[in-house]
Design a protein around this ligand. Structure first.
Ligand code: HEM
Length: 115
């Protein structure tokens, strides 16, 4: 993999750590809200994910399936919207919070298991 793509993948994994780590830490504090680590993580995931999706691997089997990228983009943008537009709320609905965490886990599973 070229250095630029490796750097983007590294940033993509740090974004995942901020999003999921921020959410788990917040959940364990028993004060259910969207913290800034989650908003930063969700933002980084969409920006680095779209950059990683550029078809610069030489084409053919080296490229991820377009359907996989569309599913990841739709879920990633949904997560971003759910984090960004609730970021100022002192408390969010537990269902909203758990859906955000669930979609994060689903997107990581799509990344890893859909080859
Ligand atoms: C919360 C949202 C997201 C999570 C948790 C997530 C998770 C991951 C993980 C764990 C990997 C590493 C998989 C591996 O190297 O085998 C990965 C890679 C990747 N992700 Fe995401 N992702 C998210 C959002 C997105 C978005 C919005 C896109 C844009 C379509 C995207 C596109 C990609 C691409 C293209 C790769 C492969 C990089 C490569 O190996 O060249 N991701 N993602």
């Amino acid at each position: 993999m070229e250095p630029l793509r490796l750097i983007l993948l590294y940033a993509h994994l740090i974004g995942f750590a901020l999003l999921l780590g921020g959410a788990v830490t917040q959940y364990m504090s028993k004060h259910i809200r969207i913290n800034s680590a989650m908003v930063w993580g969700a933002t980084i995931q969409v920006v680095t994910g779209i950059a990683l999706a550029a078809p610069l691997r030489g084409g053919g089997d080296a490229e991820p399936a377009p359907a996989k990228l569309i599913v990841k983009a739709v879920i990633g943008i949904a997560i971003f919207a759910m984090a960004f537009f609730s970021r100022k709320r002192e408390v969010v609905n537990k269902g909203h919070f758990m859906a955000l965490v669930g979609l994060t886990l689903v997107n990581a599973a799509v990344a890893v298991f859909w080859k």
